[in-house]
Structure formats: C-alpha cells, structure tokens
Design a protein around this ligand. Structure first.
Ligand code: MG
Length: 299
C-alpha cells in the first residue's frame, strides 16, 4: 500500500492510495467511513499529514477503513482512473533535517572524510516540491547538483530515544532530492558560513511521490536506489552503504532535538552527485517507492 497527496481537477486537496486492487480517492472513502461511524469531528482534508500527526498512519488503519466502507457500498465511483496532480506527501513539516557525508564514496568524491559524528543541517519547508514539480534554477548561481536520498518520516514525538527503540518512531519513507547550489555551498564553506541558503532555495527539495508505511519496508538498509538525468544513470547505490544507519541517526538527533510527527530526515546522498541544468528531467527511484520525476527550468 502506498499513500499520496493529490489535487482533484477542481484543485481540491485529497489523499489517494495505491492498493493491490487499484487506486482510490481515500478522502472520499474516509467521508463514507465517517458517516458510517458517526465520526463527525474527524479531519477530512490534507489528512495524510494529520494521520501521521495523530500517530494513526498505519496499513491497518487504511485496511479497516477500506473494508468497512466496502461492506456497505461499492468503491467503483471513487476509483482513480486518470493521472493526478501530486502534492508533497507531507507539506508542512515542522522540520527537515539532513545528514551530510553519510555515504563514504560521496564524501571521498569531494575529497572529504566521513565525519566522526554525524553532520546535521536543515532544509526549509518552503523548498519542498512535489512529484512533477519544476526545479527552478536562478541565473548566475553557478553549479547546482542533484542528491538522491532516502527520506524518513517521523510518526511520533521522540526525545532521547535509544537506537534500539528508534525505529518505533518511523511512520514511513519516501524519496527526496536534496538539490544543492554547489558553488554557493563551497564558497560558504570556505567562509565558514552555514549552508542554509545553498540548500534552501525555493523548489530545491523534491519529495515523494508516495508515503510508504514503515511496515511495508522490510529493511530500509537494503534498498537499491538510482537517479537518472535525461535517462542517463548518475547515482546508483544501496542504502546498506549508509555510514550512520537510521536508528543511530534518530537516536543522535533526538538527544538534542525533539522530533515530532511529520518531521522529515534526509539520510544523506551516495556518490555521483552531478550538475543539473534547465531542460533536464530528473528521475529518482528507490525500491518499492515509485519514481520521483522533476523537470528543471530557469527561474
Ligand atoms: Mg544531501
């Protein structure tokens, strides 16, 4: 089961699900369910985020709702038959935290060492971009690179958790492209300035298309990932090569920063980060998570 956020032809925000039996407008199904169960106060719109925030994002929830509704009406009229316009699965995260140099070969391609302790920086929620959204590159900023990464979506409030218990905090996973204004980042590093600007441009955080429930991912450290530009393979790696694995990332961050549902953690990029230019099309994929496709244009 894969969940996603989308807009109807009238521009109404909805959530959808892909199941073995087809693709449905889950917001409509939820409306039927609410009516049937007399849940007058349950949220309707944008509730992929709400479900995560309520710690209610689980395959069981979706299945229970689907089954209940299927028992009293047909789902045929809420089946999604046409392509949809996607939104990011989590549109207003409180935080987007990212790992730097978390794949050895990527650190080495930039002449760097893997750090002793994780490098944690943040991206801005205003840089989020959905599947099929356009990465916009302003004139005169020099080199801009793609960075394919596995994104972890936090599903419960987490503070000072041990690595052994950290995975209980994960709601699910998706694909992220940590687009980086590389020349600006390198000059900021020389000046000992932070990376906020070079990582935070509008449209520099493509995310999605799906939110994959944690239960559907047997081992997040055994996922093949690939990024292509115009059909040419640029990054190909496996999440097993992460230096600091997900439980330790969560334990490390939560020592100092309280994680809340909907927070996004970008787990670092493997080798092969290369420039993108207006006219390019980027396609990022991770096992079982679909394809995150974004064209590139001049801003
Ligand atoms: Mg990165």
């Amino acid at each position: 089961m894969k969940a996603f956020s989308f807009y109807t032809e009238k521009g109404e925000p909805r959530i959808g699900i892909d199941t073995d039996n087809g693709r449905y407008d889950f917001t409509r199904i939820w409306e039927f369910f609410k009516e049937f169960k007399n849940f007058r106060h349950a949220p309707s719109l944008n509730f992929l985020q709400v479900m995560v925030e309520l710690e209610y994002f689980a395959i069981d929830t979706f299945e229970e709702v689907l089954q209940t509704v299927r028992d009293f009406r047909s789902l045929d009229d809420v089946r999604l038959r046409k392509p949809v316009r996607y939104d990011v699965p989590i549109s207003r995260p409180q935080k987007i935290l990212c790992l730097g140099r978390n794949y050895r070969a990527h650190a080495e391609e930039w002449g760097s060492q893997v750090p002793d302790e994780p490098i944690v920086f943040s991206k801005l929620a205003s840089s989020l971009l959905p599947h099929e959204g356009v990465v916009r590159i302003p004139d005169g900023i020099g080199r801009v690179d793609h960075e394919l990464e596995l994104a972890v979506i936090i599903g419960k409030q987490t503070s000072r958790v041990s690595a052994a218990k950290a995975m209980e905090s994960v709601a699910g996973y998706t694909i992220v492209n940590d687009v980086t204004a590389r020349d600006l980042q390198l000059s900021d590093m020389k000046k000992r300035h932070p990376w906020t600007l070079s990582k935070g441009f509008d449209s520099f955080c493509p995310l999605g298309p799906y939110l994959i429930p944690a239960e559907s991912v047997a081992d997040p450290h055994a996922l093949q990932m690939e990024l292509q530009v115009n059909g040419e393979s640029r990054q190909r790696a496996n999440t097993r090569d992460m230096v600091v694995p997900i439980p330790e990332i969560i334990a490390y961050i939560s020592r100092h920063i309280t994680l809340v549902p909907g927070d996004i953690i970008c787990t670092g990029t493997p080798e092969g980060t290369l420039p993108i230019r207006p006219g390019d099309t980027i396609e990022a994929t991770i096992d079982g998570m679909g394809v995150l496709r974004n064209p590139v244009a001049a801003a």
